[in-house]
Design a protein around this ligand. Structure first.
Ligand code: SF4
Length: 432
């Protein structure tokens, strides 16, 4: 059963008399277990939907839907499948106490992997789940592989009952499913031979493995399970050497790099980040792989669209890891607009100084950085640190933080978006 959360005005569902709270029980005789069933079983145009209204009345709707027209309803969010692992490096173990409850949920859900690109380990996958993945062709999936050698993976996921990932991937690949994989590397556990074996195993899946990201383990000052070695410059460099070797082979044989080091890995190794060309279609940009190259590209492409902002002072807030990369970008923005951009590098007060990502800055950090900066005409902050509900990780609403600051503040992904939204400069009086 799935429950209706909201109804679109003028849509099919409203016309039928479906209301929020209605339970949708089956479609064309197939029981509905979750949103996936609803999405796939309502793909037909002739539908028999068995439903129960909030007052208990059971109704059968027989519908001939005009081709392609949406049903016009939103379902309540699914119950998240919980993770069965206890990874030493789990970010959730590194969260401070007292944050809002959903942040502590360890999801490991193949459905969200398909629907939203969340990474899943497949540790909790049952035979019936595999059958659904194959039937609905849930492809591509985003899979946290970490290591293909079974014993190494058991240690990494801290779960002696974890299934053999090579067998799982083989079954899915034989059914035509493709994957993006990630390897979070803990020095001493899955680098060296384990990484080499894992990349060889993934390579053997051919076109089924679309890309692989190699990501250094990230720890906060609250991480308390970690027992391995730290990810230092030498460890990062040796991971990039393995990535380079495999990427070179992939470019020669597949025409694309296939395996990518995350941006953080390059920064840790002190190596320049590759150009946008290296990342092709940016298959794992959401995973921090090529995000800097993509940003550089967007800034480069948007410079011509910027207004004249001569004389303005614009503060740009970022995290410590992005700080060394910003002067080059801000220099280009200065030339293009005439404004004076000031870089404001902020340490993370919630997770501690080892957490340097701009996207994890919290409301208190933004306030601290800007509250005394009445000299700025405008401030840009990383849009990634605010969620879809407009709230920072420390539960501070963006609008509340903004009200306490002496200048207009805009969340921005790439500067261009904030300086010229839909062709209009954000600063009143600026020439277009
Ligand atoms: S798979 Fe590991 S890292 Fe991911 S949520 Fe579970 S314990 Fe945490």
């Amino acid at each position: 059963m799935v429950r209706v959360k909201a109804i679109e005005k003028g849509g099919i569902a409203e016309e039928l008399g479906i209301v929020p709270g209605t339970e949708l029980l089956s479609v064309n005789g197939r029981e509905l277990v979750d949103f996936l069933d609803w999405e796939f079983l309502t793909a037909d145009d002739e539908l028999v939907i068995d439903a129960r209204h909030p007052d208990g009345e059971q109704v059968v709707y027989e519908i001939e839907r005009p081709e392609g027209e949406a049903m016009g309803l939103e379902l309540e969010p699914p119950t998240i499948r919980r993770c069965a692992n206890r990874c030493e490096f789990c970010f959730i173990e590194g969260l401070p106490k007292g944050l809002r409850k959903p942040l502590y949920v360890r999801d490991d859900d193949y459905r969200l992997s398909f629907a939203y690109g969340n990474f899943a380990t497949l540790s909790n996958l049952k035979d019936r789940d595999v059958a659904r993945i194959l039937e609905y062709r849930l492809s591509p999936l985003y899979i946290s592989v970490h290591a293909t050698p079974w014993e190494a993976r058991k240690v990494l996921l801290n779960n002696p009952r974890v299934p053999n990932i090579v067998e799982q991937l083989t079954r899915l690949a034989e059914g035509g499913i493709q994957f993006h994989g990630q390897m979070v590397i803990v020095p001493g556990l899955n680098d060296g031979d384990v990484l080499e074996q894992s990349l060889a195993d993934l390579w053997a899946f051919g076109e089924n493995v679309l890309s692989v990201a190699v990501v250094p383990v990230g720890l906060t000052q609250f991480s308390h399970l970690y027992t391995g070695k730290s990810m230092d410059r030498t460890a990062a460099e040796s991971l990039l050497c393995a990535v380079d070797r495999w990427a070179e082979r992939a470019r020669a044989e597949r025409g694309e790099s296939w395996v990518y080091g995350s941006d953080e890995l390059y920064l840790l190794a002190g190596r320049p980040l590759p150009d946008a060309d290296y990342y092709g279609e940016f298959p794992q940009v959401e995973n921090g792989v090529g995000a800097v190259a993509a940003l550089r590209q967007r800034v480069h492409d948007g410079l011509d669209t910027l207004p004249d902002l001569t004389g303005r002072r614009i503060g740009v807030v970022t995290g410590v890891s992005m700080t060394p990369l910003m002067p080059e970008l801000l220099g280009q923005l200065t030339v293009a607009t005439g404004a004076r951009f000031e870089l404001i590098s902020v340490e993370n007060s919630l997770f501690g100084p080892t957490t340097t990502t701009a996207g994890l800055l919290v409301g208190a950090d933004i306030r601290r950085a800007l509250v005394d900066r009445g000299d700025l005409d405008l401030a840009l902050i990383p849009a990634e640190c605010i969620n879809d509900s407009g709230v920072f990780l420390d539960d501070e609403p963006f609008v509340a933080v903004r009200e306490q600051l002496p200048m207009p503040v805009y969340p921005s992904y790439d500067f261009i978006d904030a300086l010229v939204p839909e062709g209009t400069p954000r600063i009143a009086g600026a020439a277009a």
